[in-house]
Design a protein around this ligand. Structure first.
Ligand code: ZN
Length: 87
């Protein structure tokens, strides 16, 4: 199971604690190192994983298999495979 690593967008620390949610329901975090607080997106992880899944989907057509391999939901796999990564 691949987990997204969340890190502070200011100092890069991974010492984050959950700190409520914002208006659209994204989890907010507070950094224990520098005190930054806000929504932390694991964007880097998403893009990288997405790329791998999309690449793999060109060789293997089973989205269920891909979802299992990469530890993501079947829905997520389908969504990613459908959409080509923006460049
Ligand atoms: Zn920080």
């Amino acid at each position: 199971m691949v987990e997204g690593v969340k890190s502070c967008r200011k100092c890069g620390s991974e010492k984050l604690v959950k700190n409520g949610k914002n208006a659209v329901g994204n989890a907010k975090y507070k950094c224990n190192s520098c005190g930054f607080s806000g929504v932390i997106e694991s964007k880097h992880y998403d893009d990288e994983l997405k790329e791998q899944v999309v690449k793999a989907s060109l060789e293997r057509s089973s989205s269920r298999g891909l979802a299992r391999t990469y530890g993501i939901s079947h829905q997520t796999a389908l969504r990613w495979i459908k959409k080509k990564p923006r460049r």
